[in-house]
Design a protein around this ligand. Structure first.
Ligand SMILES: Cc1cc2nc3c(=O)[nH]c(=O)nc-3n(C[C@H](O)[C@H](O)[C@H](O)COP(=O)(O)OP(=O)(O)OC[C@H]3O[C@@H](n4cnc5c(N)ncnc54)[C@H](O)[C@@H]3O)c2cc1C
Length: 334
């Protein structure tokens, strides 16, 4: 049976997450579709350790904690949340829209686009056989499940917060962890670097990965070149975890059948977050209007405008209390 929604929110960054929460407040049948493995957008992918100072109500909050709190807020409502599903097409139908992801198609009456700067992709390891190594599970770009690394000799590559985080996260389950970075200094927070040096993680700097070959016993021989020198050496490991950050690609939405009006690459909206296509709204970093600031706080303000706009225009018969949480008593389901 075709899944049908009142609202489809494309993009599970902080702004899309808040829009999904707000759609829950209005009892809208809602799906939130995110291309990454995890919700949280730029905050989760780029700066989970940063202390954010400009979110109302929090004098200071770490990115990771903000997203965890939003996750809790979302769990109050029976929303459909889909991760690891890039929306590859949005197509107008006689009534509503068809949403396509690699998992299939769903129908929706309205759409809120909250794609920020576009779909994130992990920055890949530049070796010719990277795709084969990913397919065999020997090269990974994230740690959705630590158990996949249990008992393995792991080489983590990268120098930012997430590389250090991942090395420390795997230390208790892996047989050994080596962290390779092309500089002697790490970009991670000082506290995390201290923890790294106190751990059993072997740190090897300044080295670059030159190539990776699969040995007869299926282990990996990783050739490393010392930066600024001619020395090369080979490490034999079971799994390679590359944490070189993310690139964002806005072109995905340019390939959709649905074409919304844009100014440069940003989606043009009016003061109600409406695009030029009836039923399609847009919020967050991916939109523009006079005075727009790409901030979490402004995106949070845009989310209720889009949701109320949709409910008032497309579902007027459901109109209920619109500004008092106390009149709407959500039942926690987790
Ligand atoms: C280093 C850094 C520090 C920052 N510090 C602050 C700060 O202190 N305070 C502040 O207010 N703001 C800060 N910002 C800006 C803030 O992160 C953004 O304003 C905010 O993340 C915008 O949220 P969003 O949900 O609109 O977009 P994003 O966070 O970009 O999320 C968009 C989501 O949409 C997903 N997506 C994209 N295309 C598709 C698709 N086709 N299908 C499915 N999903 C898709 C993406 O994977 C992503 O998860 C900072 C930004 C950076 C880079």
């Amino acid at each position: 049976m075709t899944e049908t929604y009142d609202i489809t929110i494309i993009g599970g960054g902080p702004v899309g997450m808040f829009a999904a929460f707000y759609a829950g407040m209005r009892n809208a049948r809602t799906q939130l579709v995110e291309s990454l493995d995890d919700l949280g957008g730029q905050v989760n992918a780029l700066y989970p350790e940063k202390t954010i100072l400009d979110v109302a109500g929090f004098p200071a909050i770490q990115g990771r904690d903000l997203i965890a709190a939003q996750r809790q807020q979302l769990a109050q409502f029976p929303l459909t949340i889909k991760t690891h599903q890039p929306v590859t097409n949005v197509e107008a139908q006689a009534e509503g829209f068809q949403i396509t992801t690699p998992a299939g198609t769903t129908q929706t009456r309205t759409v809120i686009i909250a794609v920020g700067n576009g779909a994130f992709q992990p920055r890949p390891l530049a070796v010719p056989n990277a795709a084969e190594l990913v397919a065999s599970g020997q090269l990974r770009y994230s740690v959705p499940d630590r158990e996949a690394f249990r008992g393995k000799r792991v080489l983590v590559a990268g120098g930012g917060d997430s590389a250090i985080d991942q090395a420390l996260m795997l230390e208790p389950v892996a047989a050994s962890v080596t962290l390779v970075h092309r500089r002697n200094q790490f970009r991670g927070l000082e506290h995390m670097v201290d923890l790294l040096h106190q751990s059993t993680v072997k740190v090897q700097t300044p080295y670059l990965i030159r190539n990776v070959t699969v040995a007869a016993d299926q282990s990996l021989n990783v050739s490393l070149k010392q930066v600024g020198a001619t020395e090369e050496q080979t490490l034999n490991v079971d799994t390679l975890l590359v944490s070189y950050g993310f690139t964002s690609d806005y072109h995905v939405i340019e390939g959709w059948d649905l074409q919304v009006a844009r100014e440069r690459r940003l989606i043009a909206v009016d003061s109600t977050m409406t695009t030029n296509v009836p039923g399609v709204y847009a919020i967050g970093d991916g939109v523009t209007y006079p005075g727009k600031q790409p901030l979490i706080a402004t995106g949070y303000g845009e989310a209720p405008l889009a949701v109320h706009g949709i409910m008032d225009r497309f579902f007027p018969e459901r109109r209920g209390p619109i500004h008092s949480t106390s009149l709407h008593r959500p039942t926690p389901h987790q």
